[in-house]
Every structure is written in structure tokens, then in C-alpha cells.
Design a protein around this ligand. Structure first.
Ligand SMILES: [Zn+2]
Length: 199
């Protein structure tokens, strides 16, 4: 944990000083991010770092495999859906970006199911993308690396499709005041794939 405190000291002496006015303006006026990013919890895929974003630029929600569950209000605890509601209905963001990535452990667990131990929550959570799994296994000709890559891409498509099951998202997308984007980050090469046109 000492490395975190050392990192904080460095942040406070350099980055914070350089962006002091931005922080102060955001504290006084509140946040007004125009872009929401749904990314994976993976420690190698940090949207703020990848997009060189400033404080206040991005509203980020991260979960296992950057999944959007289908719209389904009930008494369960819907962390991602609550973040969407906040971003779309309160902050009124203009864009939602689903950022998928290579080597996703959540997708790997999905592909290995039911032969792996998916724990108390991961298996159930990843079942959101079961259609992506079926598509990947059908297209990969038994090649596990290919299945992984296809499933990562298909999972982004599932998330985009599920975004449209939220009535207040669909309404704004149809009206043209909210745009959905699907991008894919390759950790090893650093390349970013823009998939929007394929939607
Ligand atoms: Zn991941």
C-alpha cells in the first residue's frame, strides 16, 4: 500500500498542481461529463489513461467484462443500471461508449463454463453474454484464441443491444440526442478498434 501513498504524493505535487484550476472549477460547478464509458474491471484497461482524459471528462462504470444487463427494474441491486440511469437521466450525457478489450478474464470464464469454477457471482453475471458465447463457439472452429477474440467482440454487441432495452436510452438514441459506441482495446499492441460502423 506504500506505493499508493507514494503515488498520491507524486500526484499531489505534480498533476494536481498542473490541473488545480480544473479541480477547483469542477468542485464549484459540479461535474458535467459528456461521455459515459462502460469498461471492464481489468487493471490493464483504464479509460482515463487510454484516452488521456482530464478530470471531469468521463463518467466511468467498470464491471466484469464491460457488460450491460438487460433492463429489468426490481429489488435486486443493479449497480451498472443505476450508473446508466445517473449518466443518462441526471447528467444527460451525449455518448455511451462500451469499451471491450483483449485477454478478458470474464470472457474466458464464460467460454470455459461450465467447466470452471465461476464462484458466487461471476457465472451468473457472465450469463448476460451467453449469446456471445454461442456465437463465438460456433464461429471459432475449435480455436480457443479465436473463440476468445470473437466472444470479446460479440460481448460488446450484447452490451450495445441491451442498452437499447432501457426505454429512456432507446428514446434518446432514436431522438438523436444520445449516441452509442463500441470500441475494443488490444492490451498487447495498444491498438484501438472502432466497431461503431459494424453496429
Ligand atoms: Zn475484461
Amino acid at each position: 500500500m506504500e506505493s499508493l501513498l507514494e503515488g498520491y504524493r507524486k500526484f499531489r505535487e505534480t498533476y494536481w498542481v498542473q490541473h488545480r484550476e480544473v479541480f477547483e472549477a469542477l468542485a464549484a460547478a459540479g461535474q458535467n461529463p459528456r461521455i459515459m464509458v462502460v469498461a471492464c474491471v481489468d487493471s490493464r484497461v483504464d479509460p482515463q489513461m487510454i484516452f488521456d482524459a482530464r478530470p471531469g471528462d468521463l463518467l466511468v462504470v467498470r464491471n466484469v467484462a464491460n457488460l450491460i444487463p438487460p433492463y429489468g427494474p426490481n429489488t435486486d441491486y443493479h449497480g451498472t443500471s443505476a450508473a446508466l440511469e445517473f449518466a443518462v437521466n441526471i447528467l444527460k450525457v451525449d455518448h455511451i461508449l462500451v469499451l471491450g478489450h483483449a485477454q478478458c478474464g470474464g470472457v474466458r470464464a464464460l467460454l470455459q463454463a461450465p467447466h470452471n469454477h465461476a464462484g458466487d457471482f461471476i457465472g451468473s453475471w457472465m450469463s448476460i453474454a451467453s449469446a456471445a458465447r454461442a456465437q463465438a463457439l460456433a464461429s471459432a472452429s475449435g480455436d480457443p484464441d479465436k473463440a476468445q477474440r470473437i466472444c470479446e467482440h460479440e460481448t460488446i454487441g450484447v452490451s450495445i443491444a441491451n442498452l437499447m432495452t432501457f426505454p429512456w436510452i432507446k428514446e434518446r438514441v432514436v431522438a438523436g440526442s444520445l449516441k452509442l459506441h463500441a470500441w475494443y482495446f488490444d492490451i498487447e499492441s495498444g491498438e484501438l478498434e472502432i466497431l461503431d460502423t459494424a453496429l
